[in-house]
Design a protein around this ligand. Sequence first.
Ligand code: GDG
Length: 488
Amino acid sequence: MTSSAPHGTYDFVIAANRLPVDQQVQPDGSTAWKTSPGGLVTAMESVMKGREAAWVGWAGVAGEAPEPFDDDTLRLHPVPLSTEEHNEYYEGFSNDTLWPLYHDVIVPPTFHRTWWAAYRRVNERFAEAVCEVAAEGATVWIHDYQLQLVPAMVRDRRPDLRIGWFDHIPFPPVELFAQLPWRAQILRGLLGADFLGFQRADDARNFARSCRAVLGATAKGEKVEWTGSDDGRIGAAPRTVRAAAVPISIDASGFRELADSPAVRERAQAIRASLGDPEVVLLGVDRLDYTKGIRHRLRAIGELLEEGSIAPPQVTFVQVATPSRERVEAYRMLREQIEGTVGRINGDFSHLGDTAVHYLHQSYGREEMAALFQVADVMLVTPLRDGMNLVAKEYVTARHDGKGALVLSEFTGAAEEMRNHVYLCNPHDITGLKETILRAINDSPEEKERRMKALRRRVRTHDVQAWASAFLSALASAPERPTRKEIR
Ligand code: GDG
């Protein structure tokens, strides 16, 4: 423990892989930082009011990091990543080892010792940066799977801090997690926190079971007790940690306002007209990721077209597949497969002027997304595994007309909250998925409106601000750490 670690002045510190800023080139060729507003930023704004807050993260450009700077009331503290570290810590260990392992090994995870070394090194750097900015007794909120070692690394340096970590993605069952060669180190890293938040109670339970099986910790209900070890490795101190579900949400009022604006309503009408005013628009919006079930969705759509259950121009399917992680091989292969399938479907079932599948491998602005949601009579959210899935919550929030229908995979965190009013599906069951899509198309307007009303209410009352407050009050009341003496 380095009690001489420097203290900063911020009493609330966020650590996430990315800073909420992007570097933009100005007309004169110079560069400037622009905040990229997202759900997390909005949530943080609501809990940061009146606090001196700092955000520690990578600025998005490899090489030297810019000097810390202020954005409005928030201090942004960039952590540098070299190109090699970006490859090994981020694209490698985070996105090609942990991501597939934590998503039911839909593709096989890759294990490389050099990636692990980089992950550890970068986590250490984040921990140092957190300690540098955090005031005595500050609250630290660490985000996601890229930073699982940071809680213990911060704790070792600064036992005065209150440390929370939130897992945006699923936590796998121990039978899968146990494959990870560095499973014990990851668990010990997380156990440095006072409170660990997960999307679902099942994720929290998976974590607790892993602690029991891998570390021999005691896990009762939401409490994990770890008596530590004296081998001097990170996370060696005795701990009692609470692990519980705190499901994330969206900035519902902000998104509702956007979706309700005249510009977005007009744009929605224009999009519908440009599609040839079909009777039914089916929509998918996802990062192009193998977890999102896009291939299964296309399979179902292809079969429905083949059977003649749906056909353009009356029914058309729009798939927005936002470019993602394009340097990782599994993502390159996925893109090829999906684009091959879309090409085959359109070759077989489109006619001049009547397209069966509109495939858009692009990113769009928030307004365009809100407009697309309003056009969608049936929204297809069919992941094979997803921590939460915010698209599902955005879709219902955008439907201020109360129309539309949400087909939602039971393997999303969102299904925990929304299962009673969505058209629930198992995306692996193509026959069942086809039936569910047809039911969502053909159900009565009254039934759809009833469901949509309940869904909208749920998201409105459980928004991102509520999530952030719930997390922080759980963190504030997390069990006090017993001293080593009390445990023995
Ligand atoms: C991870 C977890 C969890 C997508 N394309 C565009 C665009 N988006 C926006 C969506 C939505 C967000 O990105 C995606 O969030 P999801 O929740 O659907 O999925 P992941 O990116 O995998 O997020 C997930 C989440 O973290 C939060 O904890 O729910 O389970 O995997 O907001 O609308 N936004 C814009 N243009 C696009 O082209 N503007």
